[in-house]
Design a binder for this molecule. Structure first.
Ligand SMILES: [Fe+2]
Ligand SMILES: [Fe+2]
Length: 459
């Protein structure tokens, strides 16, 4: 069953994703945050049912409803709002399509919602065999540091094993120890479901701050941003979370006198998608602070050490790979990599398009500083002009992107040598030769200098 869920409030939308997951079997839910965006989704594919909020910035429920009527789309349409139903129905002569249009009021009576939905879409409903547990998408657990109830892993149809006890503290890493990479759900007892749902619907992603462990908080917030980008693209919540992460990283980079220690701390982190971005932003942050005393003219001209530049490059580090959902794909760096053949055609296309796709999403948000989209667009360009998407020469890649590309390459080299610090000098020696052209020249000088190592660079 294919459902389009249109709701601008992230907490409410994620709550209803969970409720829908537990009502229909094999449900495929597409999320949308506005009427205009929902229309784009409706142009791309068809849905059996549309569950649509009324008041939303960027096109309200009317936009969706009129589009359906004007285009004779056959889907069930449920107007779903906390507004007084008569206010809308009288004004719009709703429902108009007999047996296709319905109205549901938002409330915390989730069982009533379920019964109403089953009666509307009875063709798609089959009673579940097992009523004892409810499924919850894993990212919902990242909002909390303490388990609201017992959390289970499903081993088979009838077999569930408790992995976290109610009230226990946990981190995202603890959950990922148990859950397989392709596993989307964990389970809770049916009797905990109502309370869990109410709390979930009231807890914003933004409330998550693990003050005792800022590194852990940063990577978890990054995973939350990824979840939002994957489900609805970049929205205000994603930007707010990214800005908060930037502030954390800038603070950490300022304090981090010892870059080596920071690199070593990353050693046991193996979640490439988030961890390489995190290390990358710390590295850029560190470099920016080092540049305060820079004697290199170009870098002074670029005002590389300004807070604004640091913000731009850190935002780019956070967002650059987030349209990719598979961390293994994020590890690939160029289109000739033979490992790319292990992926499906769709995944390869996604990989080829990811710099432009993310740059396009970033450009739509005027609150983000300029250049962030540019750095992201160029992050797979190469010093020898063989990169993608544009095969730009070293002279045409912007200096900010050059720094980003060098730092990203450095992080990848660290992963390749398993964070062995004895390799840092050989990597720098290699980089001194590799990046000694075009707009890379000054950034590579600065980069090497920031590590406080002596390496000869030919001029
Ligand atoms: Fe990357
Ligand atoms: Fe990438």
């Amino acid at each position: 069953m294919r459902i389009l869920l249109v709701e601008d409030c992230d907490e409410v939308r994620q709550l209803y994703v969970m409720l829908l997951d537990n009502i229909f079997d094999n449900v495929e839910i597409t999320e949308s945050i506005s009427g205009n965006n929902a229309v784009l989704k409706l142009k791309e594919k068809s849905f059996d049912l549309i569950l649509c909020d009324y008041e939303m910035p960027g096109g309200n429920g009317d936009v969706v409803y009129y589009f359906i009527k004007d285009n004779n789309i056959d889907s069930i349409f449920i107007l779903f709002t906390s507004k007084d139903s008569t206010e809308i129905t009288e004004r719009h002569n709703f429902p108009e399509r007999e047996g296709k249009d319905f109205f549901i009021s938002k409330s915390n009576n989730f069982n009533e919602f379920k019964q109403r939905l089953i009666s509307i879409a009875s063709n798609y409903y089959t009673a579940p065999l097992d009523e004892g547990y409810r499924k919850v998408r894993i990212y919902n657990f990242w909002k909390f540091n303490k388990a609201l109830c017992d959390i289970y892993l499903r081993l088979s149809n009838q077999k569930y094993v408790k992995i976290i006890h109610s009230g226990d503290s946990y981190t995202r890493k603890d959950i990922e120890k148990y859950a397989h990479k392709n596993q989307n759900f964990l389970y809770i007892n049916a009797e905990d479901y109502q309370n869990f749902s109410v709390t979930l619907g009231q807890t914003p992603f933004l409330s998550y701050i693990d003050t005792k462990n800022p590194e852990n908080a940063t990577v978890t917030v990054h995973a939350m941003i990824h979840e939002l980008v994957q489900s609805v693209g970049i929205n205000e919540t994603a930007i707010k979370m990214a800005e908060k992460t930037v502030a954390n990283i800038v603070e950490m980079a300022k304090d981090d006198k010892n870059l080596y220690a920071m690199i070593l701390r990353t050693r046991d982190k193996r979640d490439y998608l988030y961890d390489h971005s995190y290390l990358l932003s710390c590295l850029c942050g560190h470099l920016a602070w080092q540049m305060n005393w820079s004697s290199i003219k170009t870098l002074r001209r670029m005002n590389w050490s300004s807070a604004e530049t640091l913000r731009k490059i850190t935002l780019a580090s956070i967002f650059h790979d987030l349209t990719l959902d598979n961390p293994d794909l994020a590890m690939i760096n160029d289109l000739d990599d033979p490992a790319l053949q292990n992926f499906t055609e769709g995944e390869i296309k996604k990989f080829k398009d990811h710099p432009s796709k993310m740059a396009e999403l970033l450009r739509q948000h005027k609150t983000l500083p300029p250049d962030v989209d540019h750095i992201v667009l160029q992050h797979h360009e190469k010093v020898d002009g063989t990169g993608f998407p544009r095969k730009l020469s070293a002279k045409r890649i912007s200096p900010l992107s050059c720094i980003f590309i060098i730092a990203h390459d450095f992080v990848d080299e660290l992963y390749k040598c398993d964070f062995d610090e004895t390799n840092i000098i050989p990597i720098m020696e290699k980089f001194a030769k590799k990046y000694n052209s075009g707009n890379f020249k000054d950034p590579i000088h600065a980069f090497i200098r920031s590590f406080d190592v002596k390496i000869d660079i030919e001029d």
